[in-house]
Design a protein around this ligand. Structure first.
Ligand SMILES: Nc1ncnc2c1ncn2[C@@H]1O[C@H](COP(=O)(O)OP(=O)(O)OP(=O)(O)O)[C@@H](O)[C@H]1O
Length: 223
């Protein structure tokens, strides 16, 4: 799979759940260094494709799911720290749960500044707004420090300015990104390649610089 820097490859594959495929005869390659936006109407299979990619390279992928999936009673700090739970011993994790250590405090404090969460860092997740929770979820994925970022609508709960700033941050911190997005302008601005899905099939796959917003809006037409 890596002869030509290919990270993900599907060859005439059906992807889905049980016996019912969502994506049909998918043929697709994604290479190291690409910033890919998946566009398409709700239910066309973007999440299904992202999940399959994540499974292919689980240990190399920073994963940001569509639902934040935070632990409600734990602080923003602790939820972000969870991005590295698997990297440390149970004792170190327990110590950080009770009394966060200097190093993670510094690292997560810096991330919180970048995410605009400095004032919410010690608030339980259940007391955060939807946008704040989604930034904590982004922080947890960033804290994993992986080279590949896979995000399922990672900025859809944020206002335009915040979304642009955080997409820039994600791009700066990861070599390869695959993002399901609903905002065409964001896809054109931050990604190098656009893949359009319709009814479980790839109907468009082109460099972002060769496309315009009008062409992409066709993906959202009802017929
Ligand atoms: N766990 C599941 N089991 C069975 N079917 C599922 C499951 N998850 C999604 N599906 C079905 O797969 C299809 C594609 O869903 P998917 O979540 O991949 O779409 P999407 O393009 O990401 O949509 P959205 O933009 O709304 O998130 C839908 O018809 C959905 O009902």
């Amino acid at each position: 799979m890596s002869a030509d820097n290919c990270l993900f490859q599907f060859q005439q594959q059906d992807l889905g759940y049980g016996a019912s495929p969502v994506l049909h005869e998918l043929t697709l390659k994604i290479h190291q260094g690409e910033r890919v936006a998946l566009l398409g109407k709700s239910g066309t299979g973007k999440s299904t494709l992202l999940r399959s990619m994540r499974e292919l390279r689980a240990s190399e992928v920073a994963w940001c799911p569509q639902q934040p999936g935070l632990v409600p009673v734990l602080s923003a700090f602790h939820n972000i720290y969870m991005g590295r739970l698997a990297r440390y011993s149970a004792w170190y994790n327990l110590a950080n749960l009770i009394r966060p250590q200097a190093r993670p405090r510094a690292e997560i404090g810096e991330l919180a500044d970048q995410l605009g969460l400095q004032d919410q860092l010690w608030q339980p997740a259940e007391r955060l707004s939807g946008g704040q929770q989604s930034r904590v979820s982004l922080g947890r994925a960033l804290y994993q420090q992986k080279t590949i970022f896979i995000g399922d609508e990672p900025v859809s709960a944020l206002d335009e300015r915040q979304a642009d700033a955080l997409l820039q941050l994600l791009c700066a911190r990861h070599q390869t990104l695959v993002l399901a997005l609903h905002n065409i302008e964001q896809a054109l601005t931050h990604c190098t390649r656009i893949i359009g899905l319709r009814a479980g099939r790839v109907v468009l796959d082109a460099p972002a610089q060769s496309l315009n917003a009008g062409e992409l809006s066709d993906l959202y037409q009802t017929t």
